[in-house]
Write a protein that binds this ligand. Sequence first.
Ligand code: GCU
Length: 680
Amino acid sequence: VSGYVREVPSRARRRGGGLGSRTARLSRSVGGLMQGVDPAWLPDGAFRPIGTRRTLIRGSGPLVDTVHGEVAEACERFGGSVSRAPEPCDLVLELTGDDGSEGFVLGRRDGCTTVTASGARGLLYGLFHVVRLGEAAFLGETQPAVHEPKLALRMLDHWDNVAVHPVMGQVERGYAGGSLFWEDGRARGDLDRVRRYGRLLAACGINAVSVNNVNVHAAEARLLTERLGEVADIAGALRPYGIRVHLSVTFAAPMVLGGLPTADPLDPGVSAWWAEATARVYAAVPDFGGFVVKADSEGQPGPFAYGRTHADGANMLAAAVEPYGGTVHWRAFVYDHRQDWRDRSTDRARAAYDHFVPLDGEFADNAVLQVKHGPMDFQVREPVSPLIGAMPGTRLAVELQATQEYTGQQRHVCWLGPMWSEVLRFRIDGESTVGASARGGLVAVSNVGDDPFWTGHPLAQANLYTFGRLAWEPGGDPHRFLDEWIGLTFGSAPGLAKGLRSILDGSWRTYEKYTAPLGVGFMVQPGHHYGPSVDGYEYSPWGTYHFADRDGVGVDRSVASGTGYAGQYAKPWAEVYESAETCPDELLLFFHHVSYGHTLHSGKTVIQHIYDTHFEGVAEVEAAQEVWASLADLVDPARHTRVTERFEEQLRSAREWRDQVNSYFFRKSGVPDARGRTIH
Ligand code: GCU
């Protein structure tokens, strides 16, 4: 994998969309498959172990054809053979039926590796599993072992706009250039890149994609009706890799598109309109996944306007897709974004629980409530949302954010695997985990765009890969997935994996250190959310305050004296979070307002913790940058250059964070740094 992309001067990149870099010009093609585009975790070389051997493929159908095509291409490149008739072989890939299942059985006996699946997607996942194993798949003997996903829905939500939005651009919170799907107000004519995207997603286990922004503007609304053909084309490009397409729809569609006087979910005319629209969707896209809905949230229309509940709204749509096996993903991100900062009783963190828990048991089986993993909005540190686990009679999907809106916008290295894994392994009632409670699946907001490296920052690909693997296996060790990603993407040059691990492993905690401290969150510049502004949201209608004064900082969310949010948790967490004495350090300021002299479990005072972590965070970025520089000879030059540039910006930004946060708290508290370092 060398020489596939040439960088353009950074000024041109900056012009191409502020924080993104979408104008990188492509130089020469790579190995037939990924012309001008980073092959990510599927470089040609990853197929060498299969491509040099003899493979027998049994079964029929479109996905078997995909598997056949993959193996045939590898054999063409590396000299092996593929056949559909019994011949001596090293690998058997066999589909025994098609029951819709996604698992496969992998074993090895008498010098032959076998993958058997009873569902077509299972065969595809089995193939990519063999790719992941590489030569190891063809060594020794192994007992047949079942591999199957723990979660049936493993989905990416694209916040892509069809038409460029005047404020949010082509991709809302997108840091990787334009959209893979949409350009100049319509679906891309050439969907080859979309097909390649589907291939990458299948290779890490993702099986569903929502193709447009949850904020549905005028052009995007029409994807449901007269622009359905464009959705069908995208679905056609993703189908060979087992990926179903979903659509974000506006709750007001019957009015906006159908000319009806109301969108009241209990109005028979409204449900009839949805039933008809849905029938047309399934006629065009028979394997359509369903609708994603952001209702009564940040200005989007919803059932509240008619005095109806969110269960009424979701169930009306669920009924429309039910005959076709579709699902409605109804988002729980509902809060008052016009609150008054003077009003101390309103707490944004409480909102989702307060709105939805009373509706438990009322949602249809195919209505999935999609809950952000934390109660706020994808901050670098939040507690797990108390809604998860509090609605046993409702199917929940957990939503993560791969796009790094609040975690460095793909200019900073921030591998989110450990954060997501902590969330998924969190025991909501001391026993059952978030991963096990996510019966409706795991969803991430995609971090991909039309950038040649897919994710802007090449190392941000690790987030996408890790997300897919965690969705397949929520209890899996994210470090294992990181190692897989490193091996596939970068190969096995000595020293390389160690260096990359040291850069990525702790990068989330490093980011946490130099940004907002101890779970307080939201010290970002309002609007675009990049870079520090300690008081940026302190007097804002969107909520999220830190209440710093000369004596202390943090939000009192206790039941005893605060907003009562801590009481939304099951035991033991309600008690653990209620008291500043038992609350974990990293969440202290999320749950409590404490003095600067308050001593943490770590033994440090809050103010000294703030100073120390901010100095440490910057030092860690400097160290990571050095490690990256030392890998220059082991990494493709284009990739190396891109990451080197990003590191320069990360370091500049980390220093800015350090100096603003430290100065702010020094000025508020008047407490000097015990170690006498420079604070401005
Ligand atoms: C955040 C983000 C918005 C997005 C919203 C959502 O608030 O900043 O751009 O629309 O989340 O999840 O709906």
